[in-house]
Each structure stands twice: as structure tokens, then as C-alpha cells.
Design a protein around this ligand. Structure first.
Ligand code: SAM
Length: 362
């Protein structure tokens, strides 16, 4: 059984198609592929889906010309026997309403986002140290210089700014325009950030239509628990990340403990975050996140538990990932994706140990 994901026409006249396929009861994402758009109509091109050494042929009917708009092309393209939807999005309008109410509160360190402010104490060194360990050329004082980072769901820029100060060139995106306005305003207070950070109000899937394999690093901090479709979200992440690029995610596990501490205690008893901020059903277990990442060509390197102490207002690393956790994964390069995807277990363990020892020094 197959399902077609998004299909889009780039400015360069290429048609991009992605598709999911059921294999042995498992949903496998086939990497999006590009076809040079045929100019003139109509024509039928064979479409090859390539992954893991498998070649599959599908027929794709293109009946558009270079001057046809994207919307018209969507209407005219037909896959043999398949319907596909372009209305699908990762943005959940209910979530947008919640964030809209707090769009001017991002930089109030004692306010609703205080826990995100203090999370910087551990998440910034986590990202910095892993990146430093992976590169062997980096100017002193600017450990992230030369790195192109995409901060997805950047909100008011709480994490975007420190990454910019570490020398990275950061693009912060958020579907909510008011968040981006707050982020822009705050950025303007520090001239160092003017050239290092750009903010765009758009969804990830909007960006995918314009961009492919552009960023060295993707950050999705406290975002995946708010998106409407995690699989699509991570597929889009893979699209915009360069081969061998890194993705850093922080999020909340879907466990009994996270329900008690994350929703009952944090929202209803202590009011650390506003009531209704989180829906437990949207939390995701690390194993599930790893599975989706690996089916999208990522190799998971580190998963670490995080704990918030509401009395001290501070975060620390813990072994257990049963409440909050941070994850680092690397996108396999093209050749690896068409070969066996799993690294030998011993290599994988060694990588995990190396990274764990870096993280514990943060
Ligand atoms: C809890 S905030 C985290 C903000 C920021 N990453 C941080 O840690 O400071 C979640 C953010 O994700 C954004 N968001 C929600 N759904 C999204 C989606 N589908 N794509 C991108 N961003 C999204 C929200 O607008 C909000 O700014």
C-alpha cells in the first residue's frame, strides 16, 4: 500500500514528490525525489523511487508547462491509481491559538516561559559541545561559526539568540506571526545578532517548498509535542537538512510520570506553565521518535533525560528519559541511505558513550 505525501514544484522547474510505502507492516518513507519538469504537455514519465537499493517504477502523468502555477500543477498531476493531498500541514490551529495569547510574553524571565529561559543553561551547552566534538576546525570564541542552523518553532527566539551569539547563522521560523514580531523586536536590541539571525513567519512545509538540504543543524526544541503530524514534520526536517547534518530535539515523553508531573503538577497545581499548554496524547516516547527518525534516514546518537526543579527554577541532566528528554541524531549521507542503515552495534554504543561523556560535562 502506498500513500503519496506532498508534491511541489520548485522555482527551478523541478517537480518534487515524496511517498510513504508499507513494507512488512512498517511505514517506510521514500526520500523525495526530483524530476526535471517536462515542458510541454502532456507527457508520461517513469518515476523511480530509490531507497535501500530498491527500485520501483511508477507512472506519473505531468500535464503542465513551465508557466503553469503550482496550484494548477497540483490539480493536473495524477499518479496512477493514487490520490494525494496537499492540504495536509504540521500546524495545529488549536496550538496556534494557545501560543497567540502569550506571543508578547516570551522575554519575561519570571513569566509563563521561565522554564524555557532556564532550559538554555543545559540545552545550549548540549548543542554546542556535540557540534564542537563533530568538527575539527572552529575559531576560538565562536564555536558555531560557519554553521547554518534552522531553529523550527523558534517562538520569541529564546534559543535562537544564544546560538547566534555562538557564531552560527540562524534562521528561526515559526508559523505564528506575532511570535516572529516579538523575536525580531528582541533581536534588534543586540547589534551582534543583526547579521546572524533571520526570522521568517512560516511553517516547515512552506520552507521545504523553497529549500532542500540547506542547513547543517536543525533545532526543534519543545516543538514536536505541539505539531499536528510528527511524521510529516520529521520528514520535512530531513528534506532541509544537509547529509551528515545534525538534528537536536527536546520534548516530553508520553509516560504516566509525564502526565502527573507535566500536566497535573506543572499546569494544574504549580502553574509553572499555563493550563492547557500541553496535550498528553501528543507527547512522544523516545523509542517512537527514534523509530520515525530512523525511517527518515537519521541515525540517533544520544538520548538524555532532563529534569526541571521548580523550587530552584533550574534544569539538570538525569539518566531517566521518562519525563523530559533531549535527542541528537545525524542524517545519513546519500550512499549510506541506499545501503544498510544500521551502524554496527558496538560503534553505535561507543558513539553514545562519547557523547554522554561530553554532555555530562555541560
Ligand atoms: C513551547 S514553544 C518553544 C519555543 C522555542 N523553541 C523555545 O524552546 O524557546 C513551541 C513553539 O512551536 C511553534 N509551533 C507549533 N507548531 C508548529 C509547527 N507545526 N511548526 C513549527 N513551529 C510550530 C509554536 O508557535 C511555538 O512558538
Amino acid at each position: 500500500m502506498e500513500s503519496w505525501g506532498r508534491c511541489w514544484l520548485s522555482r527551478a522547474g523541478r517537480l518534487w514528490v515524496s511517498c510513504n510505502e508499507m513494507a512488512g507492516g512498517r511505514k517506510v518513507n521514500r526520500r523525495a525525489l526530483s524530476l526535471q519538469a517536462a515542458l510541454g504537455n502532456p507527457c508520461i514519465l517513469p518515476l523511480q523511487i530509490v531507497q535501500g537499493g530498491l527500485f520501483k517504477k511508477h507512472k506519473i502523468q505531468l500535464t503542465y508547462s513551465a508557466r503553469t502555477s503550482l496550484a494548477e500543477a497540483w490539480n493536473k498531476i495524477s499518479f496512477t491509481g493514487q490520490l494525494f493531498s496537499t492540504s495536509h500541514t504540521t500546524v495545529d490551529p488549536k496550538e496556534m491559538k494557545k501560543f497567540q495569547l502569550l506571543a508578547h510574553k516570551w522575554w519575561d524571565e519570571q513569566g509563563e516561559y521561565s522554564a524555557l529561559h532556564s532550559m538554555n543553561d543545559i540545552r545550549v551547552p548540549f548543542i554546542r559541545d556535540i557540534v564542537l566534538n563533530m568538527r575539527n576546525d572552529c575559531p576560538l570564541g565562536s564555536p558555531l561559526s560557519g554553521m547554518k542552523i534552522l531553529d523550527i518553532g523558534c517562538g520569541g527566539g529564546l534559543l535562537t539568540e544564544p546560538l547566534g551569539r555562538l557564531g552560527a547563522s540562524v534562521t528561526g521560523i515559526d508559523p505564528l506571526e506575532d511570535n516572529i514580531r516579538t523575536a525580531e523586536l528582541h533581536k534588534s536590541f543586540d547589534p551582534v545578532l543583526a547579521k546572524r539571525i533571520q526570522y521568517i513567519s512560516c511553517s516547515l512545509e512552506d520552507l521545504v517548498e523553497e529549500t532542500s538540504e540547506t542547513f547543517d543543524i536543525i533545532i526543534a526544541s519543545e516543538v514536536v509535542e505541539h505539531v499536528a503530524d510528527v511524521e510529516m514534520f520529521l520528514r520535512c526536517c530531513s528534506e532541509v537538512l544537509k547529509p551528515e547534518g545534525s538534528i537536536f530535539i527536546t520534548t516530553i515523553n508520553r509516560s504516566q510520570l509525564s502526565y502527573i508531573l507535566g500536566i497535573v503538577v506543572a499546569e494544574k497545581v504549580l502553574g509553572i506553565v499555563p493550563a492547557g499548554t500541553h496535550e498528553w496524547e501528543k507527547f512522544i516516547a523516545p523509542e517512537e521518535l527514534e523509530r520515525i527518525l530512523e525511517s527518515n534516514g537519521f541515525s540517533v546518537k544520544t538520548v538524555k533525560g532532563m529534569l526541571y526543579n521548580p523550587l530552584l527554577g533550574s534544569w539538570s541532566w538525569i539518566r531517566s528519559t521518562s519525563i523530559n528528554y533531549a535527542l541528537h541524531a545525524v542524517k545519513s549521507c546519500a550512499q549510506e541511505q541506499s545501503g544498510p542503515s544500521e551502524p554496527p552495534l558496538e560503534t553505535h554504543k561507543a558513539q553514545l558513550q562519547t557523547e554522554a561523556s561530553i554532555g555530562s560535562g555541560c
